[in-house]
Design a protein around this ligand. Sequence first.
Ligand SMILES: [Zn+2]
Length: 175
Amino acid sequence: MLASSWVTTIESVVAVGKILIDGGQSKIPRRRFLYLCSAGLLGTYVRPDNVRGDGAIVQPDVETERSFIARAFEMRRLAIEQGDQPYGAIVVLNGQIVGESGSRVLLDHDPTGHAEMAAIRDAGRRLKREHLSGAVLYSSSRPCPMCEAAAAWSGISHMVYGRNAERAGRPLLCR
Ligand SMILES: [Zn+2]
């Protein structure tokens, strides 16, 4: 879907170019031209490189704690790059990254859009299920009480955080 958005963006640019070149004598029907313009604008809006990672997740070469923490920090870097808060998180299940995100607080105007919350939501959406039993939450910083409670609700088994892969144990509803 994202690829087709970019195709329509390119199509729109070509259409505008033809209009300009032909001096308004383009063969493209007016209605189709307007459709292409609006679809193109939408395509530009839905950026394929968004932090939430709507595309397929690229798995690390090696399934180690280090590589998972590195990915959480990559999410952090993307969040900063997109103007959000400096946090990143991923959810790993059976050695595979099943959800990932940087902070979405500023991008989505959502005070609950912490990286951990967004990564858990991403995992749920991708796996099409509400429970993440046995999953591990890796994050760039220690999860706050809200995110830890969300991890507990989702069934995540334990949390690892920070550059030194410190263990935060099993998530609890209240600390
Ligand atoms: Zn949080």
